[in-house]
Design a protein around this ligand. Structure first.
Ligand code: SF4
Length: 406
């Protein structure tokens, strides 16, 4: 049974303690986990937080790996460094942007905390993928290497542990962990018990702050010294933007209300996450200096969100909650035709939320034809009953079939 805590109550409680946790100290410095720095208003550089038991401090804003896929990536990297965003993520879309930047600026690599992923738990494959990442990025070490993406921590068996220890000894990596984008609360809770794990990257955003199990799992990770990166901080919906626009509190109205508080919706979402002291860094997609600077401004302003802004966020989350998949996985086995409801919900979110329709269509095309053909007429009543967000799953499956079939 999932425990729920009231969203407004959480944000109110977190506001007092969260944003003040860490200070802008140098990379590699150690800070005690309970070290609380008083509220200092606006900082000169992006504040830093300690990455779990490693004792290393990193910027609380991390440059998402897809941010540097464009031609202006050197300008984005220059600005990130200047403003203290020295935690950079590598994903498959990153290409050789960091490698080329390090070649041109040889002193920079030592100033950056690099995170990367492997897409397997087979030691041979992990080794090949790690070696490629090292080569592509012109570096001999990855600071944090994570297995992407786990919904069951049992995959982290003894072979994985031994391999992680081996590459740590060889100094090819410094720290090890995993990413979770589904069934996150359980993965976090169980991951916290693995004493050979240093960090976890998890799906998390302002909407998740009302889920008691998730908050407790993050707290457990913090207590066990596990550093936490968050991804998908915008909490986008699987609903069409034109439909969301018809709601009484839609994004346009929300933005105009937030403008009166000198903050954008995106900045407010980031600040809500930072108010949770158990989070180390938000990994954010920042393709271009305008978005980067906007996020940096939010990070530098360490004042807690006002009561009015917190209420607006909570009202929007409530009003759009049935269009948001919280990735609990409860619908996975709730359909007799084995329709991959979770994957389709995610594909819809990528297509409608991020405009990444080609990627969504690729995901959809991977569904075996004999299952795909059953999508429009399958019975989703059990899945809808189990869904904690009360998502109109049947409606979304039919719409996905029409929009993503190609
Ligand atoms: S049950 Fe609902 S919230 Fe959970 S994964 Fe399925 S659609 Fe998402």
């Amino acid at each position: 049974m999932k425990k729920k805590i009231n969203r407004r109550k959480f944000i109110t409680l977190a506001a007092g303690a969260g944003a003040a946790l860490m200070s802008p100290r140098g990379f590699g410095n150690q800070i005690l986990a309970d070290d609380v720095v008083p509220d200092r208003g606006v900082s000169g550089v992006v504040p830093r937080r300690v990455f779990g038991k490693t004792g290393v401090t990193i910027s609380q804003l991390c440059l998402g790996g897809s941010s540097v896929a464009g031609a202006d990536s050197p300008a984005v990297l220059d600005e990130a460094l200047k403003q203290g965003v020295d935690c950079w993520e590598i994903v498959s879309f990153t290409g050789k942007a960091y490698g080329e930047y390090f070649k041109k600026n040889p002193d920079v690599r030592a100033r950056v905390f690099l995170t990367a992923k492997v897409y397997s738990t087979n030691p041979t494959v992990m080794q090949e993928q790690l070696d490629k990442v090292l080569n592509d990025n012109e570096t001999s070490t990855i600071d944090f290497l994570a297995v992407h993406v786990l919904d069951n921590v049992e995959a982290l068996n003894d072979d994985v542990r031994k391999w992680a220890e081996k590459v740590k000894k060889e100094k090819k990596i410094r720290f090890f962990g995993f990413c979770t984008h589904k069934n996150m609360d359980e993965c976090l809770r169980r991951g916290a018990d693995l004493d050979w794990i240093d960090g976890i990257q998890t799906f998390y955003n302002y909407r998740m702050q009302s889920i008691g199990n998730m908050e407790e799992a993050l707290q457990k990770c913090h207590e066990k010294g596990i550093g936490i990166f968050t991804v998908k901080s915008m909490g986008l919906c699987s609903q069409k933007k034109t439909e969301l626009q018809k709601l009484p509190l839609n994004e346009e109205k929300l933005n105009s209300l937030l403008a009166g508080h000198n903050i954008s919706f995106e900045q407010a979402k980031l600040k809500a996450i930072w108010q949770n002291p158990h989070i180390t860094s938000i990994c954010s997609l920042m393709p271009g200096t305008a978005i980067l600077l906007s996020n940096i401004a939010a990070a530098k302003d360490e004042r807690p969100l006002s009561t009015e802004v917190r209420k607006l966020l909570a009202d929007y989350a409530d009003g759009t909650g049935r269009y948001f998949c919280r990735r609990c996985g409860a619908c996975d086995t709730a359909n007799a035709d084995k329709i991959p409801i979770f994957d389709i919900m995610e594909a819809l979110m990528y297509s409608r939320g991020y405009g990444m329709t080609a990627l969504a269509m690729k995901v959809f095309a991977r569904i075996p034809p004999e299952i795909r053909s059953k999508i429009p007429d399958s019975d989703y009543s059990t899945a809808e009953r189990l869904c904690p967000q009360q998502v109109p799953i049947g409606q979304f499956m039919k719409e996905a079939y029409r929009e993503l079939s190609g």
